[in-house]
Design a protein. Structure first.
Length: 233
């Protein structure tokens, strides 16, 4: 049997938390791991982006935390969890493309720093993970959302490598500008009062700078299989 085939064992019910800054390879790694292990996939960054898009679309001043908090209960965010075709909608509108644009890039960190927004997303994220069998990626998954996840991974990479990857994903945008915007988001995400980006207790730290995507996926899959087999991390 190929080692790539989804396996019908404890791996099926695993919860894998993958955290790290933008461009660390989180999304590609998380999707790849979920596809290899036959698990669902939840992109929590896309959820914060969808809320941010909604705030901008409704004319909410995103620099005013009280205004954002006042509307935090309103957007209805739904995530499709197929790792090969993840979807994200808000109030029934597919916003997969819109949430990757400059307007959302520039506003998502302040919106996601608002505690009322985080509380709402936390509830949705825990509900999605409740039945197990899922890879959840974000900033605070192993530390706050799913602290009991049996597999926790913290991905990092040098800022230059992260910016180069993000610029490529964004269709060849300017690497220096991408790096500046990414470092600015890192600073806000790491220093906010509620659930800042930190490495969770018990997380395996993987620096992806010098590794291909397949190598990183292999490492996480091996870790997940050893945990599912009861061998521990
Ligand atoms: O992973 P991403 O770049 O799509 O995330 C967008 C923003 O969402 C990021 O700047 C911080 C925020 N975020 C968060 O605060 N908590 C998460 N679990 C995921 C993302």
């Amino acid at each position: 049997m190929s080692t790539d085939a989804p396996v019908a064992d404890a791996t099926d019910r695993l919860v894998i938390a993958i955290d790290g800054p933008s461009g660390s390879g989180k999304s590609s790694t998380s999707r790849g791991v979920a596809a290899r292990l036959g698990l669902r996939y939840l992109d929590t960054g896309a959820m914060y982006r969808a809320v941010t898009w909604w705030m901008l679309d409704h004319g909410v001043d995103v620099s005013d935390a009280a205004a954002v908090a006042a509307h935090a209960e309103e957007p209805v965010v739904e995530s499709g969890t197929d790792p090969l075709a993840p979807t994200i909608s808000v109030d029934g509108v597919d916003v997969s493309v819109e949430i990757r644009g400059e307007a959302v890039n520039g506003a998502v960190s302040p919106v996601s720093a608002v505690p009322e927004v985080r509380a709402r997303m936390l509830e949705l994220q825990r509900a999605a993970a409740a039945e197990g069998g899922i890879v959840v990626e974000g900033r605070d998954i192993g530390s706050v959302v799913l602290p009991d996840a049996p597999v926790k991974v913290y991905l990092t990479a040098d800022p230059e490598a992260r910016a180069a990857r993000r610029a490529l994903e964004e269709g060849g945008s300017d690497v220096a500008a991408t790096q500046a915007s990414l470092l600015q988001r890192d600073a806000i995400d790491s220093t906010r009062a509620t659930s800042p980006l930190v490495m969770a207790d018990g997380a395996a730290h993987l620096d992806t700078t010098a590794h291909t995507l397949d190598e990183v996926i292999d490492q996480v899959v091996a870790l997940a299989r050893s945990v599912a087999a009861g061998e521990g991390p």
